[in-house]
Write a protein that binds this ligand. Structure first.
Ligand code: FEO
Ligand code: CA
Ligand code: CA
Length: 631
C-alpha cells in the first residue's frame, strides 16, 4: 500500500497550489479541458489557412476492420487496465467466461469503461490518479450463462461492474502504468451510498422506504462520460439509468414522467427489477427519480461520500464540459442523449475561488440551469449557421409555474426535460459530448445521429438538418461577447458526417471536409488537447456495408477547428466503441477507451487468446519518439 499523503489543500484540489492559482488566473475557457488544465496554445502560429493543417503531424489513416488498434506510423498502444483486473495487489484475478463472483467484481476494474479524467499528483510529476467511468455491462461475457440476470447474484454482479473506478497511475521512463495496491484505488458502484444535494434533496419524489428523508441514494450506474472540475473533483454522468428499471406488475400504468424516460415493463436490457425490488417500478416508483444526475467524486479522498448535484438537472447526462464566465463563475455545458432531447448549461451563483479550493466544494449546489433554443439558421446545406438563446429553467419565471405543474425548483430539476419542453427548447439529434475550445472558447457538441428526425414532432432544420439522420454532425456555438455567461449565441455546423461514396451529391454525403478516405458515422466522444486539436471518437455502425461501406470499425479522428480538416487517427478493434479520452499534462501520452469489443462476437481483444473473452480496456497511446500526440 502507498502511504504518501498530500497536503490538505492538495488533497482537495488534486493540484499543486501553484498550478491551481495559475489555472485560475488564466480565466475563460482555457482552463478545464481534456484531463489537463490548459493554457492558451501556440495554435495561432500553428494553424495554416489552407486544408493542409499544420496542427496535425500525421497522415490520414485508412479504415480498418481488423481486431486490433490501428495507428499512424510511429505510434504505439498498450493496455493500461482491462475489465476485471484486480485493484489490490493480491486481489481476485480475472476469470474469463463470467467466472468471477459479484464480490470479486467489486474488487476489480468495472466493465465498459467510458469517460475519464487524469488528476496530476500534487508535487510529483510521475504520479496521478485517474477516475474512469464504467458505463454498463456485456452480459454475454459478464455472466457464465451469457444471458440477462437470472438471480440476485447476477444483478449484484452487474451493479458491481458499473459506476466509477479510481486508480493510481505512475510514470517510469515516459510510460504511465496502473498501480495495483494503491490506497487510492477505489470502486464507486451501483450500491455505493451517495448523498443528495441541491434543490431536489429531501423532495417527496426522492423518498423511498429505504431512505424516508430522500437524502441518500444507493448507487450510481450507467455512467457515460464525465467532467473534471478545477477544484480537483470528478463529475460522473448518469445516462441510460432508466434502462435498469422495469415492473413485475405487467398491468402497471406508467406516469407521463416515467414515460418521458421510456421505461418499459420488461426493462430495456437489464432485468434488475426481477431480482432487486429497488428497480421494480410497481414497488418503488420513486427510485427512478434518484438517478439521472451528475455525481461529484473527490478521487483524492477514498473515504469521501460522492454527491449527486441536483441543481444541474435530471436527464440522460452524457458529459460535463466546464469553463468560466468572464466574471469568474463556473459554467457546465451538458447534453441529454436521447432522440429529440436538449442541450443545457448551468452557471454557478458564486465565483470560482482560485485561492481556497475547498471553498468550491459545494459551488455546484447554487446557480441557474438553462436550456438551449436554436433558430432555423440560413439553411446552407454544407455549412448551416444561425443564432440561438439560453432559456432559464427557474421555478416561477416564465411558464415554470405551479399551474403548469412545477411547484418548486425541485420539480424543475427533477423534471428538467419537461421544463425544457415547457419553455420551447430545441429538440436535438441526440446530444453527446461537449467540449470547449482552449483557443477561442467556442463550444463544440457531437449530435450523434437521430433516426426519428423528421417524425415524432422533430422538424428538420437548423442544427438538425437531415431527416432520418444516419451519420450525425458536430455543432458549434460562440457565446455573445465570447462570455459563457451570455444569454444568446451564434451557431454553425462544424462538420456534417456522411458517406460521399454511397450518397454522392445528397445531404448524406456530408459536408465538404468528408471524402472517401476519412468518412465516419456517429461522432460521440469529443475533446481538445492544449494544441487546439479537436479529437472525435465514434460510436457508430461498423458493418462496413451499405450506408456505412468504407468506414470500417469505430475510430478516433482529429480535426483542425480553424481549417475544418479532419483526419482518421486511430481505428479500434471489432465491435467496439471508442470512448473516453484523457491526456498526461505534457500531452505526450493519450489515454483512450475501447468499450465493448466484440459486443456481437468476433473479437478477442486485447488478450487475443484462443476462445478468449474480449475485455473493455483503457489504452495508453504514445509516440516512439516521445513526441506530443497528434503533432
Ligand atoms: Fe453513453 Fe450517449 O453515450
Ligand atoms: Ca457516448
Ligand atoms: Ca453514442
Amino acid at each position: 500500500m502507498l502511504d504518501e499523503t498530500p497536503t490538505d489543500f492538495e488533497r482537495i484540489t488534486g493540484l499543486s497550489r501553484r498550478r491551481f492559482i495559475g489555472m485560475g488566473a488564466l480565466g475563460g475557457a482555457a482552463l478545464f479541458l481534456g484531463g489537463g488544465l490548459l493554457g492558451r496554445s501556440a495554435l495561432a502560429q500553428a494553424v495554416s489557412n489552407g486544408s493542409d493543417s499544420a496542427l496535425m503531424g500525421f497522415a490520414n489513416l485508412a479504415a480498418s476492420t481488423a481486431d486490433a488498434i490501428t495507428l499512424p506510423p510511429g505510434y504505439v498502444s498498450r493496455v493500461l487496465i482491462s475489465w476485471g483486473q484486480p485493484l489490490a495487489a493480491d486481489g481476485p484475478a480475472f476469470k474469463p467466461k463470467g467466472g468471477n463472483t459479484a464480490a470479486e467484481q467489486l474488487l476489480q476494474f468495472g466493465d465498459n469503461n467510458d469517460g475519464m479524467s487524469f488528476f496530476p499528483w500534487p508535487g510529483d510529476a510521475n504520479r496521478a490518479l485517474m477516475a474512469i467511468n464504467n458505463e454498463y455491462v456485456n452480459y454475454p461475457y459478464l455472466l457464465a450463462h451469457g444471458g440477462l440476470p437470472q438471480s440476485a447474484e447476477d444483478v449484484l454482479k452487474a451493479q458491481s461492474a458499473e459506476g466509477v473506478t479510481v486508480i493510481e497511475v505512475q510514470q517510469k521512463n515516459g510510460q504511465w502504468a496502473f498501480q495495483p495496491g494503491s490506497s487510492y484505488n477505489r470502486r464507486v458502484h451501483g450500491n455505493t451510498p451517495i448523498d443528495v444535494s441541491g434543490p431536489a434533496r429531501g423532495h417527496d419524489a426522492l423518498k423511498t422506504s429505504a431512505d424516508p428523508l430522500g437524502i441518500q441514494v444507493l448507487g450510481t450506474f450507467q455512467n457515460c462520460s464525465s467532467g473534471q472540475t478545477p477544484w480537483g473533483t470528478y463529475l460522473t454522468c448518469e445516462e441510460n439509468f432508466s434502462d435498469c428499471f422495469g415492473s413485475t406488475d405487467a398491468d402497471l400504468t406508467f406516469t407521463p414522467d416515467q414515460k418521458r424516460f421510456s421505461v418499459k415493463h420488461a426493462s430495456a436490457d437489464n432485468d434488475w427489477h426481477k431480482h432487486d425490488a429497488r428497480f421494480d417500478l410497481s414497488k418503488n416508483p420513486n427510485e427512478l427519480n434518484r438517478h439521472g444526475w451528475i455525481v461529484e467524486i473527490d478521487p483524492f479522498d477514498p473515504q469521501s461520500t460522492p454527491i449527486k448535484r441536483t441543481a444541474l438537472g435530471r436527464f440522460k447526462h452524457e458529459n460535463a464540459a466546464l469553463t468560466t464566465t468572464k466574471d469568474g463563475r463556473v459554467v457546465v455545458y451538458m447534453g441529454d442523449d436521447e432522440r429529440g432531447e436538449f442541450i443545457y448549461k448551468f452557471i454557478t451563483r458564486d465565483r470560482l475561488d482560485t485561492v481556497d479550493a475547498k471553498a468550491n466544494r459545494h459551488i455546484l449546489d447554487h446557480g441557474t440551469l438553462y436550456v438551449a433554443r436554436f433558430d432555423d439558421g440560413d439553411g446552407n446545406p454544407d455549412h448551416p449557421k444561425g443564432r440561438g438563446r439560453w432559456i432559464a429553467l427557474v421555478h416561477g419565471s416564465g411558464d415554470l409555474t405551479e399551474t403548469n405543474g412545477f411547484a418548486s425548483q425541485a420539480d424543475v430539476v427533477i423534471r428538467a426535460r419537461q421544463a425544457g419542453t415547457q419553455v420551447g427548447a430545441t429538440r436535438m439529434d441526440r446530444p453527446e459530448w461537449i467540449a470547449v475550445s482552449p483557443e477561442d472558447g467556442q463550444v463544440y457538441c457531437t449530435l450523434t445521429n437521430n433516426t426519428k428526425r423528421g417524425e415524432d414532432g422533430q422538424p428538420v432544420g437548423g442544427p438538425n438538418p437531415r431527416e432520418n439522420n444516419l451519420y450525425g454532425q458536430i455543432l458549434r456555438w460562440r457565446e455573445t461577447g465570447d462570455d459563457a455567461a451570455a444569454s444568446t449565441f451564434e451557431w454553425d455546423l462544424f462538420i456534417v458526417a456522411g458517406n460521399p461514396v454511397a450518397h454522392p451529391g445528397s445531404p448524406n454525403a456530408g459536408s465538404h471536409q468528408i471524402d472517401a478516405n476519412n468518412m465516419f458515422n456517429s461522432p460521440d466522444g469529443l475533446g481538445f488537447d492544449n494544441g487546439g486539436r479537436l479529437w472525435v471518437l465514434t460510436d457508430g455502425k461498423y458493418s462496413n456495408k451499405g450506408d456505412y461501406a468504407g468506414m470500417g470499425n469505430n475510430q478516433m479522428l482529429c480535426a483542425d477547428p480553424k481549417t475544418g480538416e479532419i483526419r482518421r487517427f486511430m481505428v479500434g478493434p471489432v465491435g467496439c466503441e471508442v470512448t473516453g479520452l484523457a491526456f498526461s499534462p505534457d500531452y505526450r501520452t493519450m489515454f483512450v477507451g475501447i468499450q465493448h469489443p466484440g459486443e456481437e462476437g468476433g473479437s478477442t481483444f486485447p488478450d487475443h487468446q484462443r476462445d478468449g473473452t474480449p475485455r473493455s480496456s483503457v489504452m495508453v497511446i504514445t509516440r516512439e519518439d516521445g513526441g506530443v500526440i497528434g503533432a
